[in-house]
Design a protein around this ligand. Structure first.
Ligand code: SF4
Length: 348
């Protein structure tokens, strides 16, 4: 029988022997360190996050350092991690913490949720993991565990289902040892109750899990309706000077790759050639060494055709707040999307 009262004791006991105990953010779990880890772990696997987290913490050890840094510096350390609004929100929140909370992350669960990028589950994780406050979390892993344990078949996302899941999450969250419980249920979802082939034989919730008992562990949660992916095509003009540096433009804050830097983009080869003819001095346009590349976003694929424009002289474009001659040998600390890094590397 599924029993909310059994979930925490079983998970806490399991965690002592099978949970993850040496993740970098588990050492000195201050609110700031937990916050940064929780934001990085949204949409990204632990194995990828570990290296990024170490670099981020070395450069920004506290909210004050983060708030004082240029956004370019923050995006630089986030380059390749994707979902860059997370980095912009972290930076903005650090500035609000400096202006409104004397430089300390608020200890109030409610006030935390007023900071950009911190929702109910993230605020709960910060309070539970850093202060042992009894707060229920409901991230993707926890949602999957609860849906299976209580055999909730309706697709997640509907308001009534979300309300029910929050109720169940709260009913399972203990008053004591909440930090261990929170880590344990996240670990269970990440390592045992995994998306496609849950390892039920190794699960501490095996006996009470309603989905397992009724053979529905593979069909819960119900797969999301398939969305037809669209493809967007752009031409990136790699303008290279004789000293090897490449022209980059800062992308608008809102939209894809907001605040990052990329080569000028055009809807067609003709538009790129027109730009080279009219805006650059003495540029020779030719196909780039790399034919094309594809980059997957959540809802669409970006098909990038690179063109190379070699400038014999200074090219006639000055550095400015929105333009930059990027020299890969002495790189500026700015944010670069992963495909742009690939393209710049292909030039050397
Ligand atoms: S018994 Fe299986 S389906 Fe149920 S919670 Fe454990 S791993 Fe998930």
């Amino acid at each position: 029988m599924s029993d909310p009262a059994r979930v925490a004791p079983d998970l806490i006991e399991w965690h002592a022997r099978h949970g993850r105990h040496d993740l970098p953010w588990q050492h000195e779990p201050t609110p700031y360190r937990v916050w940064v880890s929780e934001i990085m772990l949204q949409q990204t696997q632990v194995a990828t996050v570990i290296e990024y987290y170490a670099r981020f913490m070395q450069r920004f050890p506290d909210p004050a350092t983060l708030a004082a840094a240029p956004l370019d510096d923050v995006l630089h350390l986030w380059s390749g991690l994707g979902y860059y609004s997370r980095a912009r929100n972290l930076h903005r929140s650090a500035q609000l913490v400096r202006e409104q909370h004397n430089g300390e992350l608020p200890s109030s669960f409610e006030l935390l949720q007023q900071l950009p990028g911190i929702g109910r589950s993230t605020a709960a994780a910060i309070r539970a993991l850093s202060a042992g406050e009894s707060r229920a979390i409901l991230d993707g892993n926890v949602r999957r565990v609860l849906m299976r344990y209580f055999a909730i078949e309706s697709p997640p996302g509907q308001p009534a289902v979300e309300r029910r899941l929050w109720q169940l999450a709260e009913s399972c969250t203990p008053q004591d040892q909440v930090a261990i419980y929170t880590q344990a249920i996240m670990d269970l979802g990440a390592t045992v109750c995994v998306r496609s082939r849950p390892l039920c034989a190794a699960c501490p919730l095996h006996d009470g899990c309603r989905a397992r008992r009724t053979g529905r562990q593979f069909s819960i949660p119900a797969p999301r309706a398939r969305v037809v992916r669209r493809t967007q095509s752009v031409v990136m003009l790699l303008v290279q000077r004789t000293d090897g540096s490449v022209l980059l433009e800062r992308r608008p804050e809102r939209g894809v790759w907001g605040g990052l830097w990329s080569p000028p983009q055009f809807p067609s080869i003709e538009a790129a050639r027109l730009y080279a003819d009219t805006r650059l001095s003495a540029a020779e346009v030719e196909p780039a060494a790399r034919a094309s590349l594809r980059h997957a976003f959540t809802h669409f694929d970006l098909n990038i055709t690179p063109l190379l424009a070699r400038c014999a002289g200074p090219a006639g474009v000055m550095d400015g707040p929105a333009t930059l001659w990027y020299n890969a040998a002495q790189p500026e600390r700015v944010g670069l999307p992963a495909p742009v890094t690939t393209l710049i590397r292909s030039l050397s």
